[in-house]
Design a protein around this ligand. Structure first.
Ligand code: TXA
Ligand code: MG
Length: 320
């Protein structure tokens, strides 16, 4: 198993050695390596068992450093950066030569973000390269939101997980690209569309299919527990599947006829932020119970609810 702790010097040493470290961010934990070193980047793909056509996000510590890695930053990107960085927003730019194509899966563009976590910012300030970091889960599985989650699944393959506690957003970053003067949202996430639109005007949601290699993280099946999951009217699905051993991932209400231990409520007060922080923990918990089916329901489709519903939809798509 990996060591878990808060030793930034140890983490720095490992990264300087082209090896990988689990890092906390406000969204989910990342599996980080030197983004400028192809050997470290190749190791990320290997440890995650991630297909090489799925590009990685570059993490750095300040907006001032971004021009080292990318060509022009559109003015709307500056506005968004000023409001949301450090934070759960990833922006796509044209990459400079210094970024290996291995990071971008051969694309001329690179995804960049400044994570909002004091430990990881400190770490980024103590190294002289940016970190490539996908979510620290095996490809296709639910993202980790605490250090233990990382250790459970990747602990045999990495030396160290930097422990920054529970992720306070709990869902991956929102990814946007700029096209002329327009903003396309490629992945719904921790920065809400409503908040982006307040700063930068109307955005477009670019629906991306699994056959479009531009953003494979948008594949219709992703973020899945091993147990099959169905989203819809919970009571109705339970009745239809009364012969199965069922678990319920509910938004705010408990459901009758379900063993309390098999029920995970995202937010009793119906708070979407709280629900987002608990979503992946809930899926993981239910997935450990050897159930035949997980039943869940969509949450209100506003604010972070849109990203939650997006993840639920993708979790369902995989197994059905
Ligand atoms: O919150 C997050 O973004 C977390 C934390 C660790 O920062 N990271 C994360 O990385 O979710 P990952 O690898 O699980 O998802 C990154 C996704 C890719 O699947 C891909 O869809 C998209 O980012 N991406 C990366 N580079 C891209 C590019 N040049 N153009 C379009 N999409 C890109
Ligand atoms: Mg991921």
């Amino acid at each position: 198993m990996a060591k878990i702790g808060t030793d930034i010097e140890f983490a720095t040493e490992i990264l300087n050695n082209s090896e990988l470290v689990g890092i906390p961010t406000e969204t989910v934990y990342g599996l980080a390596g030197n983004a400028l070193n192809p050997k470290a980047v190749a190791e990320i793909f290997k440890v995650k068992d991630r297909p090489s056509f799925d590009p990685l996000i570059l993490h750095t510590s300040s907006l001032e450093r971004v021009p080292e890695f990318v060509h022009e930053i559109p003015s709307k990107a500056h506005e968004l950066a000023n409001h949301f960085w450090p934070g759960p927003l990833t922006m796509i730019f044209r990459k400079k030569e210094i970024i290996p194509y291995l990071v971008t899966s051969g694309l001329e563009t690179i995804a960049v973000r400044i994570p909002n976590h004091p430990l990881t910012i400190k770490l980024l300030e103590s190294i002289d390269f940016p970190l490539a970091a996908p979510s620290a889960n095996p490809f296709g599985y639910v993202s980790p939101t605490n250090a233990e989650h990382v250790n459970e699944q990747l602990g045999e393959k990495i030396k160290y997980v930097l422990d920054g506690g529970d992720c306070h957003v709990g869902i991956e970053s929102t990814i946007v690209e700029f096209e002329n003067d327009e903003i396309n949202v490629l992945r719904l996430g921790g920065c809400t569309v409503e908040d982006i639109e307040k700063i930068a005007g109307k955005v477009r949601l670019r629906q991306i299919s699994s056959s479009n290699p531009v953003a494979p993280g948008m594949m219709s099946s992703h973020y899945s527990p091993f147990t099959p999951i169905i989203i819809g009217d919970i009571d109705e699905i339970i009745t239809r599947n009364s012969d199965l051993k069922i678990g319920v991932l509910a938004f705010k209400n408990e459901f009758q006829n379900i063993n309390k231990d098999h029920m995970f409520v995202l937010s009793e007060k119906g708070d979407l932020n709280e629900a987002a922080t608990r979503l992946f923990t809930g899926l993981r918990y239910l997935d450990t119970l050897n159930l035949q089916l997980i039943v869940s329901e969509y949450v209100p489709d506003i604010g972070l609810g849109r990203a939650i519903n997006d993840r639920l939809k993708r979790a369902e798509a995989k197994r059905n």
